[in-house]
Design a protein around this ligand. Structure first.
Ligand code: NAP
Ligand code: HSE
Length: 425
C-alpha cells in the first residue's frame, strides 16, 4: 500500500485537531484517500510543551529538517501569521510540495502570489479551513457552483463575534466575559482584536469574493467595522424593532463594481441568519442558476477546522494518486473595480441623545431630508437632564449622503451625543 508523508507546521488548536483526526482515521485512509497518510514531522516552537499533544519523536523546531526531507510530499501550515508562514509555504511550493493552509491572514494578503507559485510547480495549494472553519464553502464556490454567475456571498463568518453577540443578547453577558469564554474555547485568534474589530471576517470576505467573482479582492479592499462599540442598549432597541444584531460579511458583484465589507447589522429576527448562534457560521450564496444556497455549520474550533484541513489533505492525496495535482488553482481571470464604502447603499439605525424641547425633532428631520435621507421609524424615550434618547431608522440611502447628514447633526448644539450608528438589512 502506498504511503504519503506529511508535515504539520504548528501544533496549537488547529494543528492539535489535525493530528488527532489523522490518528482517528488512520486505518481507513487507504480506502478514503487511496494511500496511507503518515505524519512524519511536526514543526513546533517549544517541543517540551508540544510533547503533551503528539509523539515526541515527530517534533522538531527546525524547518530545514522538514523542507530538506524529500520523502515529505504535503505540508500542512496551521501555525498562522504572515511570517515565517508565507516564506515556508512559498519555499515548499517551489520545492514541489503540496500545501494545505488555514491561514486567512496570509491568503487574503498573498493568495494570488502563492497560487501562482503552486501553478508554476504543478502543486495543489488548498485552504478550505481559512473561511468559515468546518463549513465547506470555498470548494463549493470553485467546483459545485462553477457554472454560476455568483452575485452575492453574505453571512456570519466569525465564530468569536457571533458567540459574543449571542451571549450578550441571550444571556445578558458583558462583552469582556463573553470574549474570555470564546478564547477559552479556542475560537478567538491569538490577538482577539482581529476578531472583535472585524479584521478576521474581512480577510474571509476578501478570499470568498476573489473566488466567487473571479477577480482578486485584497484585504485592503474590504471595509471593516467590528462589534466593540455595540452595547447592551443597542441590542435592546434592536429587539424592540424585531431585529437581532449580527456581524455580517458582505460581498456583492454589482454593475458598478464589487462591494466587500464587514460590519454589524440589524437583521429581522425572522431572517435565517438571526437563528445562527454561538460559534456557528452561515454563508448565503446567490447565483444566476442555483438561485439561493446557504451553508451552515461550526465556523471555528479545534475539530471543525481540522475537518476542513483533513478534507483538503485527502483531496491532495487523491490528486496525487490520479496524477492530476494543480487542477484547481487561481480562478481570477477578471479585473473588476471595488466600490468605495461611500458608494454603497444601506438603511441605518441611529441612537442619539438630543435636547428634549419643541422643534428639535423637526430640525433633525430637516437635516436628513436636505441630504436625501428619509426616516422610516423613530422611538423616543428615557429623558434625563433635559436630553431624550432617540432611535431612528432610515430608508435605504447612499452611504455618502447619510454621512453628510451625520456630520451636520454632530455639529448641532441640541445634539448631546450620537451613541450608535448601525446598518440595517
Ligand atoms: P494557535 O492555537 O495559536 O496555534 C498556532 C501554533 O503554531 C502554536 O502552537 C504556535 O506555537 C505555533 N507556531 C507559531 N509560529 C511558529 C513558528 N514560527 N514555528 C513553530 N511553531 C509556530 O492558532 P490556531 O487557532 O491553531 O490557528 C492556526 C491557524 O489556523 C491560523 O492561521 C488561524 O487563523 C487559522 N484558523 C484557526 C481557526 C480556529 O478555530 N482556531 C479556524 C480557522 C482557521 P506556540 O504555542 O509556541 O505559540
Ligand atoms: N477566530 C476565528 C473565528 C476562527 O472566531 O471565526 C475561525 O476562522
Amino acid at each position: 500500500m502506498k504511503k504519503v508523508k506529511v508535515a504539520i507546521l504548528g501544533l496549537g488548536t488547529v494543528g492539535g485537531g489535525v493530528y488527532k483526526l489523522l490518528e482517528r482515521r488512520r486505518d481507513e485512509m487507504p480506502q478514503r484517500a487511496g494511500a496511507r497518510i503518515e505524519v512524519a514531522k511536526i514543526l513546533v516552537r517549544n517541543a517540551e510543551k508540544a510533547a503533551e499533544k503528539a509523539d515526541r519523536s515527530l517534533l522538531t523546531t527546525d524547518w530545514r529538517e522538514i523542507i530538506e526531507d524529500e520523502s515529505i510530499s504535503v505540508i500542512i501550515e496551521v501555525m498562522g501569521g504572515l511570517e515565517p508562514a508565507g516564506s515556508y509555504i512559498l519555499e515548499a511550493l517551489r520545492a514541489g510540495r503540496h500545501v494545505v493552509s488555514a491561514n486567512k491572514d496570509l491568503i487574503a494578503e498573498r493568495g494570488g502570489e502563492l497560487l501562482q507559485a503552486a501553478k508554476e510547480h504543478g502543486c495543489d495549494f488548498l485552504f478550505e479551513a481559512s473561511v468559515a472553519g468546518g463549513i465547506p464553502i470555498l470548494r463549493p464556490l470553485k467546483e459545485c457552483l462553477a457554472g454560476n454567475e455568483i452575485t452575492d456571498v453574505m453571512g456570519i463568518v466569525n465564530g468569536t463575534t457571533n458567540f459574543i453577540l449571542t451571549k450578550m443578547s441571550d444571556e445578558g453577558m458583558e462583552f469582556s466575559d463573553a470574549l474570555a469564554v470564546a478564547q477559552e474555547l479556542g475560537y478567538a485568534e491569538a490577538d482577539p482584536t482581529a476578531d472583535v474589530e472585524g479584521l478576521d471576517a474581512g480577510r474571509k470576505v476578501a478570499i470568498m469574493a476573489s473566488i466567487a467573482f473571479h477577480s482578486r479582492v485584497g484585504f485592503s479592499d474590504v471595509y471593516t467595522e467590528g462589534i466593540s462599540r455595540i452595547s447592551a442598549k443597542d441590542i435592546k432597541y434592536a429587539r424592540e424593532l424585531g431585529c437581532d444584531i449580527k456581524l455580517l460579511g458582505v460581498a456583492r458583484n454589482t454593475e458598478e463594481g464589487i462591494e466587500a465589507r464587514v460590519h454589524p447589522m440589524l437583521i429581522p429576527s425572522t431572517h435565517p441568519l438571526a437563528s445562527v448562534k454561538d460559534s456557528f457560521n452561515a454563508v448565503f450564496v446567490h447565483g444566476d442558476a442555483v438561485d439561493d444556497a446557504m451553508f451552515y455549520g461550526r465556523g471555528a474550533g479545534e475539530m471543525p477546522t481540522a475537518s476542513a484541513v483533513v478534507g483538503d489533505l485527502i483531496d491532495i492525496v487523491r490528486d496525487m494518486e490520479w496524477g492530476c495535482t494543480g487542477r484547481i488553482g487561481c480562478g481570477c481571470y477578471r479585473d473588476l473595480p471595488v466600490k468605495k464604502i461611500g458608494d454603497t447603499e444601506s438603511r441605518y439605525f441611529i441612537r442619539l441623545h438630543a435636547r428634549d424641547r419643541a422643534g428639535v425633532l423637526a430640525s433633525i428631520a430637516s437635516i436628513f431630508g436636505n441630504n436625501g435621507v428619509s426616516i422610516a421609524q423613530l422611538i423616543q424615550k428615557n429623558t434625563k437632564d433635559g436630553f431624550a434618547e432617540i432611535v431612528l431608522v432610515t430608508d435605504t440611502v447612499k452611504e455618502c449622503h447619510f454621512r453628510d447628514a451625520m456630520t451636520i447633526l454632530e455639529g448641532m448644539s441640541v445634539i448631546q451625543k450620537i451613541s450608535s450608528i448601525i446598518r440595517v438589512l
